[in-house]
Design a protein around this ligand. Structure first.
Ligand code: HEC
Length: 174
């Protein structure tokens, strides 16, 4: 009997939630323009979401360069910059530190990628990694200590395909 009751409640929950939502009469499709904008603002990715993307791409970047897929390394770095731009808009208070980190660490890495120079890339990558963690510590998140995984996270990508960093951003469709 008790089992049946909790099953019934589970089945009713989505219905109850839908009712509550209807009553609020706001959301991205309902309410005044201002309320809809507020709803859109509330669902934008914050720093945590962007950081997860940065963390994945940063590891992919490492494995791509070390596997000789320099085109993929260049692409991952470009995507990291784009992810960072999202955080600069949604969390403007963090923008100056993010920009400083990008200039100090991503730009030297981009230069090493252009030259396909692994002996330059690896120490610069290690410095950038320290920079990530220095920012975590500075902002009170010292418990978030990044380290590159022993395997590339996106195992569906071929990291050892030999390519050159010839990606042209100007060719992107806007
Ligand atoms: C501007 C300072 C700053 C820089 C630079 C920075 N981070 Fe972060 N990172 C943060 C903050 C703040 C958080 C906590 C997120 C939050 O407040 O939601 C975080 C969280 C994280 C998380 C935890 C995400 C989660 O929710 O599980 C990871 C992983 C991470 N960062 C990786 C990185 C990597 C990798 C780099 C460098 C490539 C980096 N971060 C650079 C400030 C920074």
């Amino acid at each position: 009997m008790r089992r049946c009751l909790s099953l019934c409640m589970c089945l009713m929950l989505p219905w109850t939630l839908a009712q509550a939502e209807g009553e609020a009469d706001t959301g991205i499709y309902r309410g005044s323009v201002e309320q809809r904008v507020d709803a859109l603002v509330a669902i934008q990715p914050g720093l945590g979401a962007v950081m997860n993307e940065m963390a994945t791409r940063f590891a992919n970047l490492y494995w791509a360069a070390n596997g000789g897929n320099w085109g993929l390394a260049q692409y991952q770095l470009k995507e990291m910059r784009e992810a960072q731009e999202v955080a600069e808009v949604t969390r403007p208070a963090r923008a100056p530190m993010l920009k400083a980190w990008e200039q100090s660490y991503l730009e030297p890495l981009a230069a090493a990628i252009k030259k396909k120079d692994l002996s330059q890339f690896n120490p610069r990558f290690a410095a950038a990694e320290q920079g990530c963690n220095a920012c975590h510590t500075a902002l009170g998140y010292g418990f978030i200590r990044y380290r590159v995984p022993k395997q590339p996270p996106a195992s569906w990508l071929n990291f050892t395909l030999k390519t050159s960093p010839n990606y042209d951003e100007k060719s992107e469709v806007k």
